[in-house]
Write a protein that binds this ligand. Structure first.
Ligand code: F6P
Length: 335
């Protein structure tokens, strides 16, 4: 059987479908190569001295793990010199990272969360890398504008590619360039990502939800109503039993939803009025991926991809997954 590697998949999107250009293809391949290196570092764990805290805090005030720092360095080093980027932004760094002046610059902006779910690393639960690609806005004279923070503040609808890697029992790369969502399995011996799940579709209905239940007392009424109805099961208004899964690693929770449906919620609540997850590094790329697989993504009131960002590290409520459930939760917010 002929296997479709990530390279072949991207060449087809460039040459046959003309969905991406050579620079974007190279950029995606470079990110994928960095993900292979991160996967290797995650898998080595203690053998390579990679576990534990780095002894520093990131821009979000969160304790950085050694692997957070290492993953960030791997992604920066891999992407600086290719000539296809105007700048990079990372969840781990306060300001955008300019391309060093001795390298050529390109038209794209890359954003990433180098190691999502990293609080799970030491307990050996799946973690991952999330990325999003935007175009650098042009000036009136047609040149590229200064790739400062403002250049990155574009709604998710303008993403030209998004993806995530999940470092689990197998390393998977999930990708969209706007023609569906596709997943690749890392063949470690060959060193290649192989297309194993083309055209992923998320079922419209589900009986599975993912939410951190320990925050229940802080939730807003629409979220409480939805979860109460799920918990009521067969004898309640939903007339069916629900199952709950919360891995506390967004990449793993979203990958499950891409596999068998479900709804993922990190809502805003009385303590975190703006939500907990990051719009630019988590919500936008995941929303693009989920929508391209037939799902939906909202903050409860607004389609996430249409939110106009106000800051690089802005937080937002996230509700995504099976479309009929997300629509129901949105309706509860509007009631
Ligand atoms: O943003 C990082 C993250 O680890 C997500 O991957 C995950 O969904 C969430 O935080 C877990 O949050 P909590 O610690 O509240 O369960």
């Amino acid at each position: 059987m002929s296997r479709i590697t990530l390279t072949r998949f991207l060449i087809e999107r460039q040459r046959d479908k003309q969905l991406i250009n050579a620079d974007l293809r190279l950029l995606i391949e470079t990110v994928a190569r960095a993900c292979k290196a991160i996967s290797h570092a995650v898998t080595k764990g203690s053998i390579a001295g990679n576990l534990g805290s780095a002894g520093t805090d990131n821009v979000q005030g969160e304790v950085q793990k050694k692997l957070d720092v290492l993953s960030n360095e791997i992604l920066l080093e891999a992407n600086e010199w290719g000539g296809n980027l105007a700048a990079l932004a990372s969840e781990e760094m306060e300001d955008p990272h300019p391309i060093p002046t001795h390298y050529p610059k390109g038209e794209y902006l890359l954003l990433f969360d180098p190691l999502d779910g990293s609080s799970n690393i030491d307990v050996n639960v799946s973690v991952g890398t999330i990325f999003s690609v935007l175009r650098c806005p042009k000036t009136e004279t047609g040149g590229f504008c200064e790739p400062d923070e403002k250049a990155f503040l574009q709604p998710g609808t303008l993403q030209v590619a998004a993806g995530f890697a999940v470092y689990g029992p197998t390393t998977m790369l999930v990708l969209t360039v706007g023609d569906g969502t596709h997943a690749f399995t890392l063949d470690r011996e060959m060193g290649s990502f192989i297309l194993t799940r083309p055209d992923i579709r998320i079922p419209g209905d589900t009986q599975e939800f993912a939410i951190n239940m320990s925050n229940m007392r802080h939730w807003e009424p629409p979220v409480k109503r939805y979860i109460d109805e799920c918990l009521a099961g067969k004898t309640g208004v939903r007339e069916k039993d629900f199952n709950m899964r919360w891995i506390a690693s967004m990449v793993a929770d979203v990958y499950r939803i891409l596999t068998r449906g479900g709804v993922f919620m990190y809502p805003s609540d009385a303590r975190n009025k703006s939500g907990r997850l990051r719009l630019m590094y988590e919500a936008n790329p995941m929303s693009f991926i989920v929508e391209q697989a037939g799902g939906a993504a909202t903050d409860g009131r607004t389609r996430l991809l249409e939110v106009k960002p106000e800051g690089l590290h802005q937080r937002i409520a996230v509700i995504l997954g099976s479309k009929n459930e997300v629509d129901r939760i949105t309706a509860y917010h509007k009631a």
